[in-house]
Structure formats: C-alpha cells, structure tokens
Design a protein around this ligand. Structure first.
Ligand SMILES: Cc1cc2nc3c(=O)[nH]c(=O)nc-3n(C[C@H](O)[C@H](O)[C@H](O)COP(=O)(O)OP(=O)(O)OC[C@H]3O[C@@H](n4cnc5c(N)ncnc54)[C@H](O)[C@@H]3O)c2cc1C
Length: 332
C-alpha cells in the first residue's frame, strides 16, 4: 500500500475520491485532474481483464497488453500534482454532511479515513465462472466471454461455446460470425425445437454430451470419451460487484442478464446524490472503450456537480447547467 499526497490539499479532504483506478476510474480522474480538482484515487489493482494477455477493440491500443494500457493511463493521471493515489482498498464509505450537505467519509485498508465532496465508484465486477475442470486457468487465454474482444484472433477456427445457463443460446447464436461453432449444452441449457432449428440454420453444431474437463489449449473432454479440439472457447459467468461500497451507500441497482449493475443517469450519477459510477460496475455490456467513455462522463458529471450543485437523479445535464449559468449572470 502506498499513498502519495497532493499539494496543497489537506491530507484527508478531497474534492472527489475515485474508488477503482482501472480504465473507468482513471478516465474519470483524468477529467477531474484537468479541472484542477484535488482528487484521491484508491485502487486495489485487480482489473477484471488481468487474466488476459492482450486487450482488443480499444482504438489506438488494439492488441496491446491490458496491463500496459492501464499502466499508461495511470502515468497520465499521476502526472498531475493535484492527484493523490492509494494502492489499496476502500473498505467502507458513508454519507457525512459537508458544506452543501453532500460529503462522504471513506475508510481505507490502512485504517485511515478520507473525506470527499463527491465520489466516483469505478470498482468493476468479478466473474463467477462455470465450474468445469480446467476452465479457470484458461480464462482470458483460450476461454473468453466477449467475441468482440477475442473472437477475431481465433482465425475462423473451431469455436466451442460452453453452456452455463439459458443465456448461452445467445452466445452460440452470435459466434458463427467468428468461426465454426459447436455448442456444448452440458446439461444446463435444454433446447426446444425452435432453438435447435435456429442454431442449425446458423451452422451451429449442438452437442448435448456432458463436458468432463478442458485440456491442452482448448480441448473439450466429453463424458463419452471423445476429445473435441477447439481453437478457443466461450462461456458466460455470473458477475458480482467487486466492492460492496455502492450497496453500503444505498445506490439502486438494475438486474442485467449476467448480474446486477449500479443504476446511473446521463451524467453517471447514481441514485445517491453526489455519488457517480463508471465502467463495468454500472453497465451490463463491458469493454475498455465503454469504461473509458463512462469514466470521462462520470468525471465531468462529478465536476459539474461541484460547480453547479447536486442535481436530482436523471435531471437533464444541459438544462441544469444552462439554468444555473443564467441565474448566475442575472445576479451580476
Ligand atoms: C478475460 C477478460 C478479457 C477481456 N478482454 C477485453 C478486451 O480484449 N477488450 C476490452 O475492451 N475489454 C475486455 N474485457 C473487459 C474489460 O476487462 C472490462 O470492461 C474493464 O476492465 C472494465 O473496466 P473498469 O475500470 O470498469 O473495471 P476494472 O478494470 O475491473 O477495474 C476495477 C478496479 O477497481 C478496483 N477496486 C474494486 N473494489 C475496490 C475497492 N473497494 N477499493 C479500491 N479499489 C477497488 C479493482 O481492484 C480494479 O483495479 C475483458 C474482460 C475479461 C474478464
């Protein structure tokens, strides 16, 4: 754990505390740093894609190591003297008054507490993977969940979809654009006639034999003794919040197809005033690009909320700042 303190802010008071310093949090922090706010980024260092060797689909960084993109982002943010960084975990957060009635106390894992006038939650999610022997160690290497991220590199080879539930049909329907698909239903995704016909029309081969384990790069060992050699595999896990802080603060959640995510409005404000959220923690569809975009919006949203005051959930952004600036100019 390591905290670098900014100048000239006090050691414990920040304009904004960003919890989670990966793509979404870094992007929020960059906007806030450039707005000359005093901010603290708290990051435990467990990016969701840390299992993958390379990251794809993020413009200008396509195919680069995911860790390098995060490290470069951190260097961008750390270059601003008004940014403090804590390598560690925010263990709790609570509302704590403040000059405008909106401030938060955040507890850190080194037993310190810090105060922020605004919070950005960019804490991401963790994947609860299907229990198939050999799957976890291949996650991000030859077993993936997102074809846009890792489908192209399979070079239109043999792709296996390992069912984890009814939603897996959707994954099997998508993947023929990336290769020759076999859908292993594995006893957890019973198909009706219409689904079988649809998959057949898409060129998907369905295999209902139970899966025993994965071996080699992406070979599927089946209960009847067959070994299906695949170029790569796809599956869905359930997703869970990486941190309980949004729940502790009372943020509302929506239920996505793979798990809950924090409800936000256009400015990425959550249902708790002055608390913003960005990245995988607040959206069902996930990617580095989307997280960076959300983070930029959350950073700007948090800054506007410092400038113009806290707005109700889902207030239109432009209307709010237009009315604030017209009342400001009228007062002069
Ligand atoms: C195997 C795999 C491969 C992927 N490949 C790609 C790809 O090729 N291209 C692509 O665009 N996307 C890819 N993704 C998706 C991508 O990883 C996510 O969309 C992205 O990481 C989300 O960014 P984020 O900042 O929201 O969350 P994360 O990157 O998950 O970062 C969250 C951060 O918050 C920290 N944190 C959590 N709780 C706390 C706390 N209480 N205190 C302090 N810090 C905390 C975590 O330690 C972590 O550092 C992949 C995902 C997986 C699982």
């Amino acid at each position: 754990m390591n905290t670098t303190e900014p100048t000239p802010a006090s050691t414990t008071d920040y304009d904004v505390i960003v919890i989670g310093g990966s793509y979404a949090g870094l992007s929020a922090a960059l906007q806030l740093a450039r707005a000359r706010r005093h901010i603290l980024v708290v990051d435990a260092g467990h990016r969701r894609n840390r299992f993958a060797t390379s990251s794809h689909g993020f413009l200008t960084r396509d195919g680069q190591p995911a860790a390098d993109i995060a490290a470069e982002g951190r260097a961008n943010v750390a270059a601003y003297p008004n940014v403090a960084w804590h390598d560690g975990t925010a263990t709790a957060a609570r509302h704590d008054g403040g000059s405008d009635g909106h401030a938060f106390v955040v507890e850190l894992d080194d037993a310190r507490t810090v105060r922020g006038a605004r919070l950005v939650l960019a804490t991401g999610v963790r994947d609860d993977l299907p229990h198939i022997d050999g799957l976890a160690e291949r996650w991000g290497k030859s077993v993936f969940h997102c074809p846009y991220c890792h489908g192209y590199e399979l070079n239109e080879g043999r792709i296996g979809v390992l069912a984890s539930g009814p939603l897996s049909v959707h994954q099997a329907q998508m993947l023929p654009h990336w290769g020759h698909v076999t859908f292993f239903t594995n006893g957890v995704c019973p198909l009706d006639d219409a689904q079988r016909a649809d998959l057949q029309a898409r060129g998907v081969q369905v295999d209902d034999t139970p899966v025993l384990r994965l071996v080699n790069v992406a070979t599927v060992v089946l209960e009847d003794g067959r070994q299906e050699i695949m170029t790569g595999l796809f599956t869905y896990g359930r997703v869970h919040m990486s941190s309980p802080i949004a729940q502790l603060l009372g943020c509302a959640f929506d239920e996505g197809p793979l798990g809950p995510f924090i409800r936000t409005d256009e400015s990425r404000q959550t249902t708790v005033p002055a608390v913003f959220a960005a990245g995988d923690a607040m959206r069902a569809a996930s990617s580095v690009a989307l997280s960076v975009a959300d983070g930029a919006m959350a950073g700007v949203g948090a800054h506007r909320s410092l400038l113009f005051g806290v707005t109700p959930f889902a207030a239109p952004m432009m209307a709010v700042s237009a009315s604030a600036s017209s009342s400001h100019s009228g007062a002069r």
